[in-house]
Design a protein around this ligand. Structure first.
Ligand code: MG
Length: 325
């Protein structure tokens, strides 16, 4: 069955769509009240974020737009040292979208939310003219109990750690779009386990970013600019899955600008570097973590290449690549 404009009318079809798909998947006492807004408990300090997801295709190896919409927002909360608590979910659905696909997407969102320990407390659905595409916006709220993480807190000699291999999500989406057959799957995942393990063990995390659109190169440049420091990294130390490596080589892409959806980079105090690395490696989704460099005086991002040379790493300029999130 396909979605029609009647599903967005606000009448009986809308009611059925909301009850049978969204309310049934997300089920929790706050949402079940079906009031005009959700009333939830609070905290002294909260983190808030919002993101829209327009990835094409909506289903890809390793995930779909629903899992992405939960993980993207949950990870942005985690990156400030917050514990994610509540999400909202707004769908803009073009007429002609498949009802079954919508069901699968809502189920993935519910599953990812459960894994991340958040509940979806409010939502919205609009149906518009179009070609059956689906767009999702999620907003999230998290509680901050300890220190918040911020780029400005990076210090000289801090270690730079990535939580795993670069470029997986990006390469999976590109492969799908270009009809290239391979085993590359998206890494889309909520990073709650590794972040809470770092916090529980008292690691001095200064800054943290998820490596999404723009890739590691762009994220490190943002950190360098915000902190007024130089980020020195070693090309050899950056984990890349062999299949992604060949894919990148084949297409002449730059791995430093290829996004992930389940990887983070963190900047931790020098004395905590090894401890942090072990904690991340022992956490869910962190087995291939590596220390890739250190923070030093100066500015920008400088990479020591595999051949021993030095080069500046820039940010991603222009569009260049397809919509990956
Ligand atoms: Mg982010």
């Amino acid at each position: 069955m396909k979605i029609t404009l009647a599903h967005g009318s606000g009448g009986q079809s809308t009611k059925e769509l909301i009850e049978k798909i969204f309310a049934a998947s997300y089920k929790n006492p706050v949402l079940d009240m079906m009031e005009d807004s959700a009333v939830v408990g609070g905290s002294n300090k909260i983190a808030i974020t919002t993101d829209s997801f327009v990835v094409d295709p909506i289903f890809f190896k390793g995930g779909n737009i629903g899992r992405l919409a939960v993980c993207g927002t949950v990870n942005d909360l985690l990156m400030r040292g917050a514990t994610p608590k509540y999400l909202t979910s707004a769908f803009i659905i073009e007429e002609g979208a498949e009802l079954n696909e919508l069901k699968l997407i809502a189920a993935s969102m519910a599953q990812a939310a459960k894994e991340a320990g958040v509940i979806i407390v409010a939502g919205d659905t609009k149906v518009v003219d179009g070609n059956g595409r689906i767009y999702i916006n999620t907003s999230g709220v998290g509680f901050i109990e300890g220190e918040d993480f911020a780029s400005t807190k990076c210090e000289e000699d801090d270690a730079i750690i990535v939580s795993g291999s670069m470029g997986d999500h990006h390469a999976a989406i590109l492969s799908h779009r270009m009809n290239i057959k391979n085993e590359i799957a998206s890494d889309v995942a909520p990073l709650c386990d590794m972040v809470s393990n770092l916090q529980k063990n008292g690691v001095a995390v200064h800054a943290m970013r998820d490596i999404t659109r723009g890739g590691l190169g762009t994220v490190l440049n943002e950190l360098a600019e915000a902190s007024g420091k130089c980020f020195k990294i070693k090309e050899d130390a950056i984990p890349v899955n062999p299949q992604v490596k060949s894919f990148v080589k084949l297409l002449g892409l730059n791995i430093m600008h290829m996004g992930n959806e389940g990887k983070l980079v963190c900047v931790v105090a020098k004395n905590d570097a090894e401890k942090a690395l072990q904690i991340i490696k022992n956490s869910k989704y962190g087995e291939n973590a590596a220390i890739i460099g250190k923070v030093s005086w100066g500015g920008g991002v400088v990479m020591e290449t595999a051949l021993g040379g030095k080069k500046k790493v820039g940010i991603l300029i222009g569009e260049g690549l397809p919509r990956i999130c």
